[in-house]
Design a protein around this ligand. Structure first.
Ligand SMILES: Nc1ncnc2c1ncn2[C@@H]1O[C@H](COP(=O)(O)OP(=O)(O)OP(=O)(O)O)[C@@H](O)[C@H]1O
Length: 851
């Protein structure tokens, strides 16, 4: 119940109690000063127990202890947030253990020590002490502004009876059950059988009733204590089990590591063996190659020798033929010379004869000049004929020489051909002989080598089969380890889910942003009573609601508001610390659950910084998903990840993965698949994501398309609600298990007071639309908070609530960040946000189911 909704007299507990007591209507009672009838003050429960009580002072409500908060909250003595009236002040006392929480009204006239004893639940209170209290000298007791004057004995009696009435006053029937729990009913009328003037009798009755009440409280305490013990034991058992399974997992991991080490060693042995055989083979090849080279060299040398021999034989033959030819040439020349010399001889002889004849003729010249001349002519003619004949003979001899030379050339060609043929034949024969020899020798070596290798191979086969056996054994044990790991993983998931369920399916974290440099002097008074790290409480002090009136009168009153959530992060916390707290939820999405994380808060309070900044929740969640999915591969899991990104802007859905210019072209609508319990937006772009980089690209596109604008409160204010949807499909090849989880990461637009924002035009329209959809969200939470089965929940009043239907109304693990500003001028917005967050925290949603 909001403080504003409290009844003006300061608390319904007191009102209901008073109305049930049969008070004797004596004039003395009616004259008791009004201050004496001030309603008993509400014993303020520790803020942590508010989760189970309604927030407006139903002090003795459900006394069950908070499961997640086993440690008893601290005792507090603060002015209650819930009390509206500040003009009548009275003490309120909080007990460290809610079981002991009890409404006690401090009444004037009661001895303070006795009163303390009653308040502290002392079980040794006796009638005498109470009598002593009544007969003790009257004192003035001042509580707050109310003061009571000293009383006479009779008035003490009257007060005592009024104490009896107040203390014994109990709500009837249902209220009584509610207050005391366990369905035990106390008789409320303590005055039965006592006339109104029988104060002593009434007091004795009162004492009896008081004893009864103490007994009842003891039994309640024992009951709650045993419950707490039981739950603590459960939690301890869970922790022990988890530690055991962690240990087992570690052992299994060690065994797997050892086996992997063994496999690695075997593999390295195998590699060594391979390397050794490769080296040997290479050596063998090298020696064979050397031998072959040697053989080739020898063959080449032989060839050279044969060629040399053939060449010399050929040269010899050539020289013989040449010699023969020269001889024949010489003979021919000799013949010619001989014929020439013969001719010369004959010519000389003839000339001599001619000279003789000439001489004879000279003698006879005169005689036979004529006849001689004729003889000379005849002889000349004969010489010419002879010359011609000899010329013909020389020509014939020359022709013979040419023919002989041609014949010699032909013979030489034939000889050369013959030589060539014989050389070829010889070569072939040599080659064949050489190769057959080398082949024989190498085949012998190879056979020997093959035999050696076969033996070696057999040895190696034996070794390899041994290694294979080892490997198979190692693989089998690895398989066993893997199976164990898969089982461990399943167990971990179950335990993880149980822990999550114990924490509650809808949780609220509060985050205070740090002031900007120019805002330091405007900081509001915000405290973290249980420490800013690991804290759960936040305390704000600011002007009370009546401050307007106070200001008018020149007196501004302040008020302290205390809120408690699952976690409170102060301004010094960073995104990494915050993500540590939600990483288990992200793990749940991989385990097949629907998970929804959203940021709520006034504009400029740090929602986008928390959710969508560079190291915000979206980036970190995506990193974790890819890292975990990779790690889960060795446990047989393969994941596919798909992403979608939309915004709700002025009640229109825009696909942030298409160009902003095309927003108007595609009208996107929400479809409810109630069978599968999920909401879909058909036609929304789906992108397959296989790495952090692909997600970063997608986020960049979406961020570029999102509607932002500068407002008075934020230079880059988000003017739409953005929803990032990651769908995770997992399949286990070992167990054939399938999982489908969804992670919705939502950055809501900031709420804003129109009077503060001073926006106009488009900004005004956006602000109105944002505030309207956030108001619908508040309506849905309110309806869920007070829902009975079958109650209507107005999900369809806005696109935002329709989209979040299954995240808010069950089947989802939901986390809300309430982001708040640290500034004085935003204090009332901040208080409103925190009140809404408290409402969300108190809302019960269904249990999430895995798909
Ligand atoms: N925890 C933080 N640490 C440092 N700076 C922060 C933090 N939270 C918010 N800021 C800064 O405050 C400014 C406003 O934050 P942000 O834009 O996240 O607010 P918002 O709630 O998303 O606003 P709107 O609703 O208008 O979009 C930004 O400049 C941001 O960098």
């Amino acid at each position: 119940m909001d403080a504003e909704n409290l009844p003006p007299d300061g608390g319904f507990v007191a009102t209901s109690l008073q109305s049930n007591i049969p008070v004797p209507m004596t004039p003395s009672v009616s004259r008791i000063p009004q201050a004496a009838f001030k309603p008993p003050q509400t014993v303020q429960l520790s803020p942590l127990s508010k989760r189970h009580c309604s927030s407006g002072g139903e002090v003795l409500g459900d006394l069950r202890p908070e499961i997640t908060n086993m440690a008893p909250p601290k005792m507090q003595a603060t002015s209650s947030v819930m009390h509206r009236s500040s003009s009548v002040k009275s003490s309120s006392i909080s007990y460290s253990n809610p079981t002991y929480a009890l409404n006690v009204a401090r009444k004037p006239g009661l001895d303070q020590s006795t009163e303390k004893k009653i308040l502290s639940g002392s079980r040794t209170t006796t009638a005498s002490s109470r009598k002593q209290a009544m007969t003790a000298p009257a004192t003035t007791i001042t509580t707050g502004k109310a003061s009571v004057r000293p009383m006479s004995a009779s008035s003490i009696h009257r007060r005592a009876s009024s104490i009896g009435q107040s203390t014994a006053a109990r709500p009837s029937s249902a209220q009584e059950e509610d207050i005391y729990g366990g369905g035990r009913i106390l008789s409320v009328n303590t005055n039965v059988g006592n006339p109104p003037w029988d104060v002593k009798g009434r007091l004795e009755n009162m004492e009896l009733r008081f004893e009864e009440l103490l007994t009842l409280m003891d039994s309640q305490k024992a009951l709650s204590g045993s419950k707490i013990d039981e739950l603590q034991a459960k939690v301890v058992a869970y922790e022990t089990e988890r530690a055991g399974s962690d240990l087992q997992q570690r052992k299994l991991q060690d065994t797997a590591n050892e086996l992997q080490q063994k496999v690695r060693e075997l593999n390295s042995d195998l590699e060594d063996e391979k390397r050794r055989s490769r080296i040997e083979r290479e050596d063998l090849e090298r020696s064979l190659k050397l031998k072959l080279d040697e053989q080739e060299r020898l063959t080449r040398n032989n060839e050279h020798d044969i060629l040399r021999q053939h060449k010399s034989a050929l040269e010899l033959a050539d020289a013989g033929y040449r010699r023969q030819l020269e001889e024949r040439d010489a003979q021919f020349v000799e013949e010619i010379n001989r014929i020439k010399s013969q001719n010369e001889e004959e010519k000389r002889h003839l000339l001599q004869q001619l000279k003789l004849v000439e001489t004879d003729l000279k003698k006879e010249y005169e005689n036979q000049q004529q006849s001689l001349q004729v003889d000379i002519n005849r002889l000349k003619m004969a010489v010419d004929q002879e010359r011609q004949t000899s010329q013909v003979v020389v020509a014939k001899l020359k022709e013979d020489l040419i023919i002989a030379q041609n014949q010699l050339r032909d013979i030489r060609v034939e000889l050369e051909e013959e030589h060539h043929r014989s050389a070829l034949l010889r070569k072939t024969i040599d080659e064949q002989a050489a190769s057959s020899l080398s082949m024989e020798s190498s085949s012998r070596t190879l056979q020997m080598r093959i035999q050696a290798l076969e033996v070696e191979l057999r040895n190696r086969d034996v070794k390899i089969s041994e290694m294979q056996q080892c490997l198979e054994q190692a693989l089998e044990s690895e398989l066993e380890v893997r199976e164990k790991l898969v089982k461990e993983e399943t167990l971990r998931r179950i335990l993880h889910n149980q822990v999550q369920e114990l924490k509650g399916n809808i949780r609220v974290f509060c985050r205070v942003r740090p002031p900007h440099n120019n805002e330091v002097s405007d900081e509001a008074d915000i405290k973290y009573p249980d420490g800013s790290i690991e804290g759960r409480e936040i305390e704000l002090t600011g002007p009370s609601n009546e401050s307007a009136l106070g200001m008018a009168m020149g007196t501004v009153t302040t008020k302290t508001h205390v809120f408690a959530f699952d976690k409170v992060f102060g301004p010094r916390s960073n995104n990494q610390e915050i993500f540590c707290e939600i990483s288990q939820l992200v793990q749940s999405a991989l385990d097949g659950y629907n998970v929804c994380i959203f940021c709520y808060g006034q504009t400029g309070s740090g929602k986008t910084y928390t959710m969508a900044s560079e190291d915000g929740m979206i980036t970190r969640a995506v990193d974790q998903i890819f890292t975990t999915a990779t790690n889960l591969q060795e446990k047989g899991w393969t994941y596919t990840v798909q992403g979608q990104f939309l915004e709700i802007y002025n009640e229109t859905i825009n696909d942030l993965l298409v160009c902003a210019d095309e927003f108007d072209k595609k009208k996107l609508e929400i479809r409810n698949d109630s069978k599968d319990g999920k909401i879909m937006v058909p036609d929304l772009t789906v992108v397959s994501l296989d790495s952090q980089e692909s997600v970063a690209k997608m986020l960049k596109t979406a961020s570029g398309n999102r509607s932002v604008a500068a407002t008075k409160a934020n230079e880059r204010s988000s003017r739409s609600h953005s929803v990032f949807i990651l769908t995770l499909h997992g399949i286990n090849v070992t167990t054939q298990e399938k999982r489908e989880g969804t992670l919705n990461l939502i950055d809501l637009a900031g709420s804003e007071r129109l009077s503060h924002s001073q926006s106009t035009g488009d900004r005004l329209k956006e602000t109105v639309s944002i505030n309207k959809s956030l108001s619908c969200l508040r309506d849905v939470i309110t309806a869920l908070g007070s829902a009975k089965d079958g109650n209507h929940i107005p999900y369809r009043n806005s696109k935002l609530t329709y989209l979040l239907q299954y995240s808010l109304g069950g089947n989802s693990k939901t986390l809300m960040f309430v982001n708040i500003s640290p500034l004085k001028q935003h204090i009332s917005e901040t208080v409103n946000s925190l009140r809404f967050a408290t409402k969300v925290n108190n809302t019960q949603i269904g249990t999430a189911r895995r798909k």
